[in-house]
Design a protein around this ligand. Sequence first.
Ligand SMILES: [Zn+2]
Length: 331
Amino acid sequence: MPEGHSVHRIARQFARNFVGHAVRVSSPQGRFAEGASLIDGHVMTDARAVGKQMFLAFDNGLWLRVHLGIYGAWDVAGEITTDDTIRSTRGRMGQTNQRGTVLDETSLNDAAGEDSIHSIGAPRKARLRMSEGEKENDDPDFAFPPEPVGAVRVRLLTEAAVADLRGPTACEVLDDAQVRTVIDRLGPDPELDASEAAEERVVSAVRRKQTPIGQLLMDQSVVSGIGNVYRAELLFRARLNPHTPGKAVPEETVRGLWRDWVHLLAIGVRTGQMMTMDNLSPADYAKAMASRDDRHWVYKREGLPCRVCGTNIAMQLLASRKLYWCPYCQK
Ligand SMILES: [Zn+2]
């Protein structure tokens, strides 16, 4: 399932290629025909991510809310702009069993960030799959707009770009008040609000609960955007036992977890990769960006020796999601 960094990157893709344009909205599959008719023909005015959800605004005051869930994906095609991190790889990137970008940290920093003109190429004909990872299709030779393939819930079409959504958990049209209600139920998202107030909200939400911290970090009403990979890695980086009840986690430790999430999410949004290791040599960094096996402390490493202490990494189901941790470092 896409974690927060992926959803922010998808929202940015919409900001670049759809915001400011009149959009033909349809439901090739038919299931969303009624919703599509409410926003069809209107100009998209905003694209934003909050945690794992994306909100696209239209000039008639309505919003399209999309939650990709486990199976959802966007296919974007046409004369579109892509950033350095996507251009640098023809393979998949983002989620972890995929070949990633080989850009090193220096060249990314030189690109001066996502919104810099240097990091974003001129529009060119391309096809892009965006879900928990990003994959550029190698065949630039397609008729525009391409025929919808499979069960496309919603198609957004401008004169130059098209985006097809398949398999989402949520796809609905909401008004301002309804969007507000959805967002108010979500915990803070560091890409939108890394203020002290946001930190306080997370601290008090965690320290009110008896629920294990490993579960609270994935609770989107406590903090937004963390999924299974970031959960495991944040807990290891804090050397915290995932089973510790929220109220038993020292306040400073909760603050540390939040600040680390601010740090890791920014890296994820910038690079497209869930890079959770710091202070790597340039060679190790390139290796880690290219392969998950070199990128994480504990995620998907059950039975392998801990990178710090050599103890075998443990795995168990917690609230029916796989939890990975080092029983020695995270006592
Ligand atoms: Zn260890």
